[in-house]
Design a protein around this ligand. Structure first.
Ligand SMILES: [Zn+2]
Ligand SMILES: [Zn+2]
Length: 316
């Protein structure tokens, strides 16, 4: 939508206000997550692009894979929060791979970059970046034309809205993997999300929604650091030293962690379900991890594959 406005030599807000969405709030909502039908309809009419293609460019394309429906309000575990305050973003809800951003002549932001578990580029294998390295501002490319009083001249949307630093030039850091299978598991995890079906590695179910509901429970158990789940965390730390940070601050949730912290949590959760259920069963029994470490209000029928193991093979 930003590129469309700039292609018409217009400021983003003026363009959409004048052209077709006069009475619809676009920029004070998470438009990636929930794009109202009338905006999709209008975009389709004005651009000739089909409604299904437009809808597929939003996060609602992950319905049935990451979640059963997109919430208009509230939190989704797998989607980074933007911290919307009017037109301002207070959180680092959009991350980028600077190398991917620089890769295409027509710079664009990938929808995968809004997902909380996508912390490493699966093409370049570096950590993503969730803020401008020059000034620390969140990445909010749509804000470049805010406050411009003179006639607007379109500029690259890879420039930081706050300091004009070209995010394509950001330094990158190669991802660290604590276990030899980490990179392969991560790759398969995102293949599952992108293809909408589970790979051989996750022999749990061919439905990503089912697999992901259990992985979410594992991540919550690893990161909660309460008296019930401590055994699990302490048993994992020798294998994943990067998890040490959870011991220092137990108040934060997965979406509040830094890119590197989240990456380590996901790697540990995927390692636990490798060779399902043998590794998990052995690990819990050897380390006396109790089923209460995992019991959460969101355990339900969807995660039956995990519940079954907890019921029969973990300490009560
Ligand atoms: Zn990349
Ligand atoms: Zn900046």
């Amino acid at each position: 939508m930003v590129r469309l406005a700039h292609g018409n030599y217009e400021k983003v807000h003026s363009f959409y206000r004048q052209e077709f969405c006069e009475d619809v709030n676009i920029w004070n909502r998470d438009i990636d997550k929930y794009c109202p039908d009338n905006i999709i309809e209008n975009l389709s009419v004005h651009t000739g692009v089909s409604k299904s293609v437009i809808k597929n460019s939003t996060l609602s394309s992950y319905e049935g894979i990451l979640f059963d429906h997109t919430k208009r309000l509230g939190r989704d575990f797998w989607i980074s929060r933007l911290g919307i305050y009017h037109r301002v973003r207070t959180r680092y809800g959009l991350a980028i791979c600077p190398l991917c951003l620089a890769d295409s002549p027509d710079v664009y932001y990938r929808k995968l970059w809004r997902l909380t578990p996508y912390m490493v580029c699966s093409i370049h294998w570096n950590y993503l970046l969730d803020h401008c390295p020059n000034c620390g501002a969140p990445i909010a490319f749509y804000r470049r034309s805010i406050g411009v009083k003179s006639r607007f001249k379109p500029s690259k949307i890879s420039l930081c809205f706050s300091c004009d630093f070209d995010l394509c030039r950001s330094k990158t850091q190669s991802a660290n993997w604590e276990q030899p299978s980490g990179k392969k598991n991560y790759y398969n995890f995102f293949q599952m999300i992108e293809n909408g079906e589970s790979s051989d590695l996750f022999s749990i179910s061919s439905f990503p929604l089912l697999v992901l509901s259990g992985i979410r429970i594992l991540i919550k158990a690893i990161t909660s650091n309460n008296k019930y789940s401590k055994t699990l965390l302490h048993a994992l730390i020798p294998l994943f030293p990067g998890l040490n940070f959870i011991l220092q601050d137990a108040t934060k949730q997965f979406s509040d962690f830094s890119i590197i912290e989240r990456h380590c949590c996901l790697e540990a959760a995927l390692w636990l379900i490798e060779d399902w259920p043998l590794r998990f069963r052995q690990f819990c029994q050897q380390n006396k991890v109790m089923s209460s470490a995992f019991i959460r209000e969101d355990i339900n029928d969807v995660s039956f594959w995990l519940v079954k193991q907890l019921r029969y093979f973990c300490f009560p």
